[in-house]
Design a protein around this ligand. Structure first.
Ligand SMILES: [Zn+2]
Ligand SMILES: [Zn+2]
Length: 153
């Protein structure tokens, strides 16, 4: 696969701190391609249920790219409640292209949303829409940070 911006070969890269996902990253511009479903597997992500996310098209913000996977057109999309974040989704294969920095921005948005969620919780309860895996990892992390007394609820 080639980078839709630079036309150089994308390299398979482990996302590391973001979760156990192998994605295709451009060595030049550091943009990244996520096949359909791969964004859902991110550790901390507002995209956990990406199929059901409410998007609005963010046309005019940037021009359409050619999908590196299937050659289809991408459309710029902004999930509701995600601030200024705009990503490109292929209208055919439904993969996503994220430019450099967008993953970090996504993580920030996710952290903000998580804080909001947690503020609204009286007891430790698995927030709606969170998988058990995501919830367990979150609880363990909070336990090691000393924010909760038990590793798991
Ligand atoms: Zn590139
Ligand atoms: Zn495509």
């Amino acid at each position: 696969m080639k980078c839709p911006r630079c036309d150089v070969d994308l390299k398979s890269t482990d996302l590391g701190e973001y979760g156990f996902v192998i994605i295709d990253v451009c060595p030049d511009c550091r943009g990244a391609w996520f096949d359909k479903g791969e964004l859902d597997r991110l550790d901390e992500s507002i995209w956990t249920d990406v199929e059901k996310l409410d998007f609005e098209t963010a046309a005019n913000q940037r021009s359409a790219l050619e999908c590196p996977r299937c050659g289809g057109d991408t459309e710029p999309l902004s999930p509701h409640d995600a601030g200024e974040l705009v990503v490109d989704r292929c209208t055919s294969c439904e993969g996503f292209w994220l430019d450099k920095g967008e993953l970090d921005k996504m993580k920030e948005v996710a952290a903000e949303k998580d804080n909001e969620t947690l503020k609204n919780m009286i007891l430790l309860q698995r927030p709606p829409g969170w998988s058990w895996l995501r919830w367990s990892i979150y609880c363990l992390r909070e336990y090691y940070r000393g924010n909760v007394q038990r590793p798991l609820p």
